[in-house]
Ligand binder design. Structure first.
Ligand code: SIN
Length: 300
């Protein structure tokens, strides 16, 4: 039988595809639907210290090849997600806690609380583009360094970082140096491309309300940027598993991420649009190719 399993920081995944933090993963009911799907792990919504209703609606809009969102981290507050871990673990899959405190002290408190939970992995989300007045932390290298120093100090679980896309080799190198310095267990590349603007020419208006219509772009529009980020971080940090995320709709997309150097792949927009049972992502013939693939992508 073809082996399409994956291992992230010692945590075994039955197949290399699971859900990205964000789509349909806020409530216990939504998380249990993910638990019952083919997703190999259960990633919970990025949580903050206190519950948040998120940004004003409309805050999500489907596009022909993806989506734009400015959800604003609607979530139940970290205490609920700490409690959910023991329920979710009963489904026999790894549980990934996603942490997105609005300030450093919040991240330290939330990560400390997950130490005593049944979460298997912690993904620190330093890349949410949708909180007005809060720039994406991972574009500020000094701040990222300080946050990781403090958070890693208290964390007793394998902790990774979810990154925004980078577009310049100097920035890849700067962030890679920080991740290596703090012995980060994995990196997830990429979050949505922040502050895109979609305009409806018929209505002569933007399509989402928050931030004057600016939001995170996801789906097929971002796949090639995501592949580049996976490949560059894999080259710079060969010891650290990279989780690919961005524009994964089919088994072929999954295979492309694996070729680029990803150890596993997360599905985001497709979960939002087709639900956690989106069959296309698990297309068997392509996933089987992953089992046969051992090596590096070739030059042309
Ligand atoms: C959101 O809730 O605004 C999306 C989360 C993210 O982009 O990190």
């Amino acid at each position: 039988m073809t082996d399409i399993s994956a291992k992230i920081a010692g945590v075994e995944l039955e197949n290399c595809v699971f859900n990205a933090a964000g789509p349909k993963d806020v409530t216990l009911e939504e998380l249990e639907a993910i638990a019952k799907s083919a997703s190999s792990a259960i990633t919970m919504k990025s949580c903050t210290l206190d519950p948040r209703t998120g940004n004003a609606e409309p805050r999500y809009y489907d596009l022909p090849e993806g989506s734009i969102n400015s959800m604003g981290l609607p979530n139940l507050g970290y205490r609920e997600y700490v409690n959910f871990t023991s329920v979710l673990k009963q489904h026999g899959k790894p549980v990934v806690a996603s942490v997105s405190g609005l300030k450093l002290e919040d991240n330290v408190e939330i990560v400390s609380a997950f130490n005593d939970s049944e979460a298997d992995l912690i993904e620190l989300n330093l890349s949410c583009p949708n909180i007005a007045g809060k720039p994406q932390v991972c574009y500020d290298f000094e701040q990222s360094d300080e946050v990781l120093k403090q958070v890693v100090r208290v964390c007793k679980k394998p902790i990774g970082v979810k990154l925004s896309p980078y577009f310049d080799f100097v920035h890849f190198e700067q962030m890679a140096e920080i991740l290596q310095k703090h012995r980060i267990a994995f990196a997830t590349c990429i979050n949505s491309i922040g502050n895109a603007l979609v305009i409806d020419p018929e209505k002569e208006s933007v399509v989402i309300k928050p931030k004057g219509g600016f939001g995170g772009l996801g789906g097929k529009y971002v796949k090639y940027t995501a592949l580049a980020n996976v490949n560059k971080f894999h080259e710079l940090l060969p010891e650290i598993p990279i989780i690919g995320c961005g524009g994964v709709y089919t088994g072929t997309d999954v295979f492309e991420f694996i070729l680029a150097g990803a150890s596993a792949v997360q599905a985001g927009s497709v979960f939002m649009q087709q639900g956690p049972d989106s069959e296309s992502v698990y297309a068997k013939e392509r996933l089987r190719k992953i089992g046969r693939f051992h090596g590096e992508i070739k030059d042309v």
